[in-house]
Design a binder for this molecule. Structure first.
Ligand SMILES: [Zn+2]
Length: 380
């Protein structure tokens, strides 16, 4: 195909315009409809940026393909595995995401209908009593629609990772954890009324380190008391140390003094196409354990592509413990006894990750002494 650019006109441009309009990137067509003008170029750039393409405002083969893929919605055409020319499109990605949510391993939701997507679809069809033909047609679409959008199965990727951890044993002994106190040195992080995030997190890190070492884990700090490595250096430190887990400690701040609470972040793109499943599990365990123990407001767990989360090879979780801009949270955090509670909660959450359901005492009830006794009993 010919590359389309600003100044061009004709039926090919008209097609692009109507696609961009259908995607909501261009106002509905009126008047001139076959001109590649400023507005079209702007819309093309926005589309390219959103799709992770080179944002040059030109329509070459890659952008053209991506535009076409974006027009397909699940149910609009039958989908099947064509070995010679695999079907691609947003409808395929939606199908893959739905199958993954339901516990069928369709691989990465990359929008390409390949062999693994077909196998997952066949398994779904078998389980739901449909014709097992590997074709996503009207019958399959109906079945997918009937299932509640929230219906979720066993998340096979997560289960596989869990199985690996389980085989490595529930012992904490020998696990290498990198504790990453946020900020440091000249970078105090959030600073309110003489209370510095960097110093609080350093203190918390030391409390956590002591408990981890006592339970037989190897705990390494990503920085010294007066250092502030950048995020990629912290990730590199963890990678070179061969860490099993990275825990990054921060406190938050907000322009509103009312904002408060606890949130955990793990690596993930948010649309489910790339997520550290073990990171997600760890974030969930820490979130549960800490909200239960501390009374901090539950601000949930979230996927993020932040540098530290993205560059570490092992699961990494960033914990934002309270808002220093909130009086109540700040009062809690400045109390050393509160920081002990937080440290204990994190150790128990790590223990739970490696226990994975075994010996699963209710959240908030497992004490540091229990963890220690459990480890000692195993060592005998
Ligand atoms: Zn911070």
């Amino acid at each position: 195909m010919r590359v389309l650019r600003r100044g061009d006109e004709g039926p090919a441009v008209a097609e692009v315009r109507s696609t961009l309009a259908a995607l909501g990137l261009l106002p509905p067509v009126n008047g001139v409809t076959d001109q590649f003008d400023h507005a079209v170029e702007h819309a093309v750039r926005a589309f390219q940026q959103h799709r992770g393409l080179i944002t040059d405002g030109l329509i070459g083969p890659a952008t053209y393909r991506a535009l076409r893929d974006a027009t397909y919605q699940l149910g609009g055409r039958p989908l099947a595995y064509l070995v010679s020319a695999p079907i691609t499109g947003d409808d395929v990605a939606t199908l893959q995401e739905r199958l993954l949510e339901l516990g069928y391993d369709a691989g990465r939701a990359n929008g390409v209908f390949g062999a693994q997507t077909e196998a997952a679809l066949r398994n779904f069809q078998r389980d739901y009593g449909l014709t097992v033909d590997g074709i996503c047609g009207p019958e399959t679409i109906r079945a997918l629609r009937q299932l509640s959008p929230r219906a979720r199965g066993g998340r096979p990727v997560l289960l596989r990772e869990q199985e690996r951890v389980r085989r490595s044993g529930p012992r904490l002994t020998g696990k290498r954890i990198v504790i990453d106190p946020g900020h440091g040195a000249h970078d105090t992080g959030v600073s309110v009324d003489g209370v510095n995030e960097s110093e609080l997190m350093w203190d918390l890190a030391r409390r956590l380190e002591g408990r981890m070492v006592a339970t037989g884990m190897e705990a390494l700090l990503s920085r010294g008391p007066d250092q502030c490595p950048d995020e990629s250096a912290r990730a590199q430190f963890a990678n070179e140390a061969g860490a099993d887990l990275v825990l990054s400690l921060h406190s938050d701040a907000n322009a509103s003094p009312l904002a408060q609470g606890l949130a955990c972040f793990h690596f993930g793109s948010g649309n489910g196409t790339a997520t550290s499943t073990l990171g997600e599990a760890m974030a969930g365990l820490i979130q549960r354990e800490l909200t239960k123990r501390t009374g901090l407001r539950d601000c949930g767990t979230h996927p993020k592509t932040w540098e530290l989360l993205r560059l570490t090879r092992c699961p990494a979780v960033r914990i934002e413990i309270g808002y220093l801009s909130n009086t109540e949270d700040r009062t809690r955090l400045t109390d050393p006894a509160f920081r002990d509670v937080v440290a204990e909660g994190i150790v128990v959450a790590v223990k739970r990750l490696y226990l994975l359901g075994e010996n699963d005492q209710p959240t908030g009830s497992f004490t540091f002494a229990d963890v220690l006794a459990h480890e000692l009993a195993k060592a005998e």
